[in-house]
Design a protein around this ligand. Sequence first.
Ligand code: NAI
Ligand code: MG
Length: 323
Amino acid sequence: MLRIAVVEGDGIGHEVIPVARDVLAAVRPDIEFFDVEVGYGRWERTGSACGSETMRELRSADAVLFGAVTTPPDPDYRSVLQTIRRELDLYANIRPIEGEDFDIVIVRENTEGLYSGIEWTEPDRACTLRVVSRRGSERIARCACMLAKRRRHLVIGNKANVLKSDLLFVEICRREAERAGVPCRSHYIDALCLDVLMHPQHYDVIVTTNMFGDILSDAAAYLVGGLGMLPSANIGERHALFEPVHGSAPDIAGKNIANPIAAIRSAAMLLRHAGDSGHAAAIEAAVRTAVAKGIATPDLGGTAGTREFGDAVIRELSIALHP
Ligand code: NAI
Ligand code: MG
């Protein structure tokens, strides 16, 4: 039996996650869900965004389905998702971007880099330490090579022309690729952002450091209709968390117009990770069929609500699974 911790988080997390959960429940009535409250809403109410019991609860789950959390620009507030990623050691952030003639996977290092959390403020400057460790780079490089092996090639997104820390990252990725027998090349991240948008069909697996991966994947959402479309997996040795790439979108929260596709696809990635690729593929196909029938939220040019789109997916699933 699969036990899934459900974290709606903040903003549109409260809308897209219940839909994704219902889609999961529709194909897998045996799944046990339990809610965990985390985020800015909790912080405002209780003074804590995420407690020690929270980590225990998340650790006890087979997987976590996560919405998004609001991070206010308050210096006293620490990003709760960064904390969870580090506490559960979810070192690989996998972000697939699929279109008609391209199929890209961005593999983003998820625990260090510019999001190391090592920061301090002095009277006249503020500093953030960019950490690239041998161990951190080796494990993300191996993960990327494993994905690239089944596919075609690896691109290492970096800025080693300026950042010494990236010299180490590139060297380690190259060595791991050689070991795995995966053809690879290095590409500077700024030019890479443009080239991925112009020639997405030239790319397969892209491995990069934390912040570059964050920016590259949001930019690449342009290829598939925006942030409402992109799912992601955060994977570690022992834990796994699945979440849409987008944030809590306070500008559209509470209006039932958020696109739940990213969240639904994240749920499909969760099932695949749990070994149920049959139902994962069925969910992905049901999303495609619903969109092909013209059912879509306003960001895709449609008029469907978040809930309505989810119901359409569940309808397609029941047609496909119980014809
Ligand atoms: P965002 O991803 O929340 O929104 C960016 C833009 O995309 C907005 O115009 C929004 O309306 C639109 N958008 C996002 N998801 C959508 C969806 N499912 N359907 C339709 N439109 C969608 O990023 P933003 O505005 O920079 O950040 C808002 C808050 O979210 C901040 O507090 C930020 O810290 C947090 N955030 C949290 C993340 C997480 O929990 N993983 C990731 C990114 C941001
Ligand atoms: Mg982001």
